[in-house]
Design a binder for this molecule. Sequence first.
Ligand SMILES: [Fe+2]
Length: 162
Amino acid sequence: MKKENTRTGIGISPKHRARIAEGLSKLLADTYTLYLTTHGFHWNVTGPMFNDLHAMFMTQYTELWNAVDPIAERIRALGHPAPGSYAAYGRLTSLPDAPDTPPKALDLVRILADGHEAVARTARAVFPLAEKADDQPTADLLTQRLDVHEKTAWMLRSVLEA
Ligand SMILES: [Fe+2]
């Protein structure tokens, strides 16, 4: 299943391409899982902060949805298949699934803040591999994702400090 395209000759060794694709697959699974959780929280948030959080979560899930495509396509450009099933994401992600019963509004915010920090850790773990392999496009992608996840974690944590 994990069949690599050995004809890829972009100047990154097969070993490095495999390791980076593996790391990006984890980042894809984390991003997709956090997307789904955030969209679910957009639907199920309740309480006096409804308007603010409903809108904030929409901004966040839209950004996450737009992020999965470039991550998956970078994996393809490295010559590897991009995971695209719930089973694969369940195996690869470092994030817990969203709870069946929606928690209170501030607990939703806490879960999402933890989620963004977890995705940042996953992205950061791939960075040394990309640098070692002279893989600038992956390093650039990871830099952009780290910026978003760290900023979003800060915004969510700020809601909790109110
Ligand atoms: Fe909506």
